[in-house]
Structure formats: structure tokens, C-alpha cells
Design a protein around this ligand. Sequence first.
Ligand code: LLP
Length: 427
Amino acid sequence: MMSLPGRPRSTFMDYFSYKNGSLYTEGVSLSALAGRHGTPAYVYSRAAIESRWRAYAQAFSGRDALVCYSVKANGNLAVLNLLAGLGSGFDIVSGGELERVLAAGGEPDKVVFSGVGKRVDEIGRALEVGIKCFNVESEPELLRLNEIAGRMPVTAPVSIRVNPDIDPDTHPYIATGLRENKFGVDYEQALGIYQLADSLDNIEVTGIDCHIGSQITSVEPFIDAVNKLLALLGDLEKTGITIRHIDIGGGLGISYADGTAPDIAGFARAVSGLVPERYGIILEPGRSIVGDAGLLLTRVEYLKANMEKHFAVVDASMNDLLRPSLYRAWHDIIPVAERSDGTETEYDIVGPVCETGDFLGLQRRLSLCPDDLLAVLSAGAYGFSMSSNYNSRPRSVELLVDGEDAHVIRERETVEQLMAGERIPGD
Ligand code: LLP
């Protein structure tokens, strides 16, 4: 198998490669998949997901570490089931994600629950099934949790999510650990909140938590964050409060464009070197496990040109993959069938949705004909999970390739399903 021309070589791209000029995911031809299941289609490689999860597990072996895959990156039941089978824990941010984890066979006592807006019913359910830890993000949440736990009555295991005020140097929408962000509690207020937590009857302080952002491409911000947490821990322990684990969140980036993604092993060495052995380590990676393991397959509907530009209008759009529109994120877009003859033209690759911001990629040099298939790479994380039905577009099919087999892990939505819950008054 040849790896992708023009793409930096990485182990990951070994799962997506050209054979005789045609793009494959593992042993399955993408053009065959498009013929069988239609487009747009999300296609994931099982081996790729598995190898990334194992890279984390191996990098932290020898430590008491729990990898809690962040469900929001890709919550398909088959993906969760695959990871649960490897022994993964899960980071959730809603009752819906909790139910997905349970339905997929995840163990509740490996679940950590983050998020600034946990509802009463969500907290109740998480207490009922016995999750590992609530990553508490405010004083009112702590009081609510104590009250609900008191009624059941159970004891709620708690980490306080501390905002370490670290600039992760990423897109402003996905930086979460700055002072002005809504997440966590201020570093300066954390000690007081811990003391409050310690005084509450139905709360047990078990850890300390932070998450500083996403798509972070260097290890330094993590080191700074861990150092700040450790300093706070020192102060905590002076007050007699002890904790068992440090949760350093997720956020390790992947290479969308230039081939340089931080290496998991180096990240693990740096973190393990800082955190004393007596503490367990929890990690919440999402993107770095599934991002490179998936692509979005789409077909060219029309090629059109105006006085200014050439457009390739494809059948996937911002409702399928929002990242380019929302963050101006760059995803590589490559042809499924290599064409050696045609001349390249610079295209904006756009979808059918009625928004100027609906594009998958701008100014891409490609040799295209109508009906050609394109693959939008590194779409396994925050791709399907952020998709919507805008313009009444049913959401795409999801396929999991495993060697020579491809499994439908989510059927393409139908228009009937989109309208199923709607009612006309009086009818
Ligand atoms: N833990 C917490 C508390 C989080 O908020 C997140 C992501 C993660 C873990 C996982 O972070 P990761 O390892 O995937 O970077 N939609 C954006 C990304 C938003 C991330 C939100 N939080 C995107 O498409 O880039």
C-alpha cells in the first residue's frame, strides 16, 4: 500500500492509503463503500482508533492511570463499545452521553462527568449508576450535588475543576482554561471551594481536575497546568484535605495540515514525570483518539465557475462537518480516485446549504469532474458529533471499517425521521 502523496507520513495514515490509484480505508475501497451506502458518509478505521487508544494506555503504563475517552468527540455506540472493550473510561458532559456509555457497555465506575450546567436529573442518574467522579465546575453545582446525594442517600465523589488561567494557544472558541472562560472555578477561589466540599456530608473529595482547551499542539501548556495544580495540591494538603487523583483533561492536538502533532509518549513522559506516584492520573482525550481515524466521503454534484472563482459543489456540507465554517478549521481534501491526466484548478469546495459560510475547504488545487468522490480527512472527531439537520438535511451514514469488512454503525437518517416528532396543532 502507498501512503498518501503530499501528506506527511504518519503511522495513522497507514490506515488510509491508495491501492492502484484508489483510496482505501484498511482493506476496503472507498468508492465501493460510496456505491453501496451512498454519500455523504463518515468512514472510520477500527484499527486506527484502537491503536491511538493503546498508545495512551502504553504511554502511561506503570502508572495508576485511567484514560477516559471524551465522548463528545465521537459518541457512536460502536466507537464507545470498541473503546470500552479495550478497558477505556469515559469523560461525559451530559445525561445523554452517560446513557450512550452505558448502552455501549462502558463501566460506570470509569466515568467522569464534566460540564458547567449539570441538571438535577443528570446528577441523579449519575449518582444512581455510581460514576467515578463529578468534575464540579462551581459552588452552586457543589451544593446541588450534595443535596441530591443527601436525598438518595449516597456520597458523591468529587474533583473541583480548577481553571489554571493558561493560554493553550488554540482557537479562541476551544480555549477553556483562561480566566475569562466559563469553565471551572478560579484558581484563587479553588481552595475555599475545596474546604466547603470537605465540610459537606454527602461529598467526598477524591481528585483535582482541569481541562485547558482542545487542539493543543505543544506539551508546554499541559506542563504549566499540571504545575499549577500541584502547587494548589500542596496548599490543599496543608489544610488536611487529601486527594487520590489528578485529572489533566484532554486537548492533545492532531495534525490537520503540517504533519506535526505532539507525540503521546512524549506528553505522557512529561506528565508522569511531574505527578508524584502517589496520585492516580486521569486523562480525557477525545480528538487525539478518533480524529485521524475517520474521514468524510462526499461526491461532487456540480462544478461551477463565476467571474471570480471555481466552485466544486459537493453533497456534504456544514451540517455534516461544521468545523471549517465554525472555526475556519482546515481539513485536507483528497480525491478517492487519483487522476494523473487532468489539470488542476483552484476550487472552493462548498456544500448545498444556503450560507456563504458553508464550505469544507477553500482554494484547494484539485483535478475534478462531476461525480468524483472526495475524502475530507481527519474528520473522525467533532465531525458527526457536531452535525445537524440544518436545511432539513438528514444526517449521514456512519461506517466502521475493520480489515476487509465495513459495518454500518449508524444508518443514514431519513426525512421521515426528521419530521417524526413534529405536530400541526389540531391535527
Ligand atoms: N474534557 C473536557 C472537559 C472537554 O471539554 C473536552 C473538549 C475534552 C476533554 C476533550 O478534548 P480533546 O481531547 O478532544 O481536545 N468542537 C471543537 C472541540 C471542542 C472541544 C471541547 N471540549 C472542535 O471541533 O475543534
